[in-house]
Design a binder for this molecule. Structure first.
Ligand code: AMP
Length: 417
């Protein structure tokens, strides 16, 4: 399935392309058609599954097709950080659409409050708000007109209830038109979420994305390292302790071939596994690996699914996999059938955000080991900074974006030129 199958507006497809989104994730495949059909929806999905785009994309498409464009969408999120992240994603997707959004959250001074309120009144299409600040806005003098609202999204609803926002949400809903589409996303579905859903959703559809979790027996570790040290570090790990069977994953075929040569030259029992090999060669390599005649296999993600070899005690991710689910598949090559194994991932500065998405998906902070002394200092782990950077990188896509006006969070964004 591709994003074209949803028959999205071409400008939205252009935005997706510029963000590097090739194909929808499972939650997107399921929720986008339902939201496009104006259904209310309860979706059980966690951070890392692509849940934000799962509701943002169909809503953006509906907004551009709609005649009446004044404040049509309210997204409520538990924290300022999430509200900012959602706003940034909307900004990326809607770059060619001219849809405006504004994040509304607490903190800042009275001035910020007044500016956010003014911006809301001046006609942003989408507001992304934390509950407390939104209540303050709605109840203060000169409040915002919500009468045109068509879409309400509650993101991370379970977390909002854990933070004690139930009453606030119910109060906010009282300000909204009854005739609207309501979409609720939650990582878990405790009874209180069901109660909330019964009160504010209308005959909702339900989606449950069961996410795979890494097996208990896998010891997950990571090194923060610069690219220049990765090969040396890999050799160090392979020589430090004897493993019967090891799988190494790298991101491209070229890298797999280069690393294979390098490690073979240093005397290791290793072979590369990639799509350029003939079927017979692949089978022979796999046979030797299964029989423990070959110690190390190095490959791309082609290796990560379906290989059922017992006794793999070490998996090394030479690069962070691009998709969090791929991480789970890759490290699932070890610790099969109740065995134990170790999975080590090398994280360069550029991949920190991807690794953070993996940690979010599996709900664990993976320990970052200190580099052996000869490899010097590790880069700091600062995935949030990398998020901003990669976002800005994406914005300069096709060189079209250099004229973009500077974003002021307190004002609705300008239409792209
Ligand atoms: P979320 O679950 O919304 O927090 O998204 C997790 C990460 O996956 C974010 O960095 C998104 O930008 C990214 N993402 C979401 N959907 C896709 C997709 N279809 N293709 C590529 N990346 C995606």
């Amino acid at each position: 399935m591709t994003f074209n199958d949803f028959k999205f507006d071409q400008r939205l497809l252009d935005g997706l392309e510029s963000m590097g989104y090739d194909k929808p994730t499972p939650i997107q495949e399921q929720s986008i058609p339902l939201i496009l059909q104006h259904k209310d929806l309860i979706a059980c999905a966690q951070t890392g599954t692509g849940k934000t785009a799962a509701y943002v994309l169909p809503i953006l498409n509906k907004i551009v097709q709609s005649e009446s464009r004044k404040l049509s969408t309210l997204i409520i999120a538990p924290t300022r950080e999430l509200a900012q992240q959602i706003d940034q994603q909307i900004e990326g997707f809607s770059y060619f659409l001219g849809v405006s959004s504004i994040p509304v959250y607490g903190g800042g001074d009275g001035n910020a409050f007044a500016q956010q309120q003014k911006a809301m009144r001046e006609g942003a299409d989408i507001i992304i708000a934390t509950p407390g600040r939104l209540i303050a806005m709605l109840t203060s003098a000169g409040s915002v007109d919500m009468s045109n609202l068509q879409h309400l999204v509650l993101d991370e609803a379970d977390r909002m209830l854990d933070m004690g926002f139930y009453e606030d949400i119910m109060r906010i809903v009282n300000y909204l038109p009854v005739n609207r589409q309501t979409v609720l996303f939650s990582a878990t579905m405790p009874p209180k979420i069901r109660t909330l859903a019964q009160r504010i959703l209308n005959n909702p559809e339900q989606i449950n994305i069961a996410i795979s979790k890494p097996a208990e027996g896998i010891l997950q570790q990571a090194y923060l390292t610069y690219d220049a040290n990765k090969v040396g570090l890999l050799k160090h790990i392979l020589n430090e302790k004897k493993h019967d069977s090891v799988i190494i994953f790298a991101s491209t075929k070229e890298k797999v071939k280069d690393l294979n040569k390098e490690l073979y030259r240093s005397g290791l029992s290793i072979k590369a596994f990639h799509s350029d090999l003939e079927q017979a060669e692949r089978e022979e390599i796999m046979r030797a690996f299964k029989n423990k005649e070959l110690q190390i296999l190095i490959g791309t993600d082609i290796l990560s699914r379906g290989i059922d070899v017992d006794g793999i005690s070490l998996v090394v991710n030479f690069d962070v996999p691009p998709d969090p689910e791929d991480y789970i598949h890759r490290i699932g090559r070890t610790a099969r059938a109740e065995n134990t194994g170790t999975a080590i991932t090398f994280i360069n500065e550029k991949d920190q955000r991807k690794f953070f998405d993996i940690e979010s998906l599996i709900g664990t902070d993976i320990p970052k080991l200190t580099l052996p002394q000869q490899f010097g200092e590790s880069p700091l782990y600062e995935p949030e900074k990398k998020l901003k950077k990669s976002f800005n990188d994406k914005r300069s896509f096709k060189g079209k974006r250099n004229n973009k006006p500077k974003i002021d969070n307190n004002r609705p964004k300008q239409k792209p030129q």
